[in-house]
Write a protein that binds this ligand. Structure first.
Ligand code: CTP
Ligand code: MG
Length: 215
């Protein structure tokens, strides 16, 4: 049985809306509800949502107060989750997620501690020094742009999150915490359509795509 942790506690500073990002209305519903719909369509009913101050969880979901950092929000949500062998973490800021993303990530746990949605890189990626002088061109065929959902064996995620606040704050995704503990993390191919809504431009694109999906 899988439980879902939907992290929605961020303020959405870069979006600059009049409310926390996860509650901005997108194609007729608060952004976080698109992810709840996809989770339920994937057969995942136990959903814990990490909320910003004054945020209310969607009907049928358990709400908890989010933390100061994303990883702290994940940890708070995990502590409130009912027992289950598998945990899937998802950003409410990725409303274009589909049921298949959740199913594929969970299925890939058969031979990994963690399985993470990722899109192949389409841009060339270079490394540069502080002086902007290019020092390397990375091999694109082996690079992945990492998204959520990220699925975990529960005891692995619990152990990975059992670190000090400074380490938690350093994590830009949950899988990194598993990697640094020596766990096996596998990428599961996703598409760029499952992008994170960060800026007003992203919101416009998401509105368009979700509007099409609704029609
Ligand atoms: N998040 C969270 N708790 C935090 C910070 C972020 O639950 N303390 C969640 C956000 O709600 C979002 C996801 O983590 O669903 C990814 O974070 P991001 O896109 O950075 O969202 P915000 O932090 O809200 O945006 P910004 O960084 O622009 O303020
Ligand atoms: Mg943020």
């Amino acid at each position: 049985m899988a439980v879902a942790l939907l992290v929605a506690a961020g303020s959405g500073e870069r979006l600059g809306a009049d409310r926390p990002k996860a509650f901005v209305v997108l194609a007729g519903r608060p952004m976080l509800e698109w992810s709840v719909l996809a989770l339920r369509a994937a057969g995942i009913e136990e959903i814990v949502v990490a909320l910003p101050p004054d945020g209310v969880a969607p009907p049928g979901c358990v709400g908890v107060a989010g933390g100061a950092t994303r990883s702290e929000s994940v940890r708070s949500a995990l502590r409130a989750a009912l027992p289950g062998d598998h945990v899937v973490v998802h950003d409410a800021a990725r409303p274009l997620v589909t049921p298949a993303h959740f199913r594929d990530a969970i299925a890939a746990l058969a031979d990994a501690d963690a399985a993470i949605a990722a899109a192949p890189m389409t841009d060339t990626v270079k490394q540069a020094g502080e002086d902007r002088r290019v020092t390397a061109t990375l091999d694109r065929t082996r690079l992945w742009a990492i998204q959520t959902p990220q699925a975990f064996r529960r005891e692995v995620l619990e152990r990975a999150l059992d670190v000090d606040a400074a380490t938690l704050a350093q994590a830009t995704d949950d899988a990194w915490l598993v990697e640094r503990a020596g766990g096996t993390v596998r990428v599961v191919e996703s598409t760029p359509e499952n992008f994170k809504v960060t800026t007003p431009h992203d919101l416009r694109v998401a509105e368009l795509l979700l509007g099409e999906r609704r029609a």
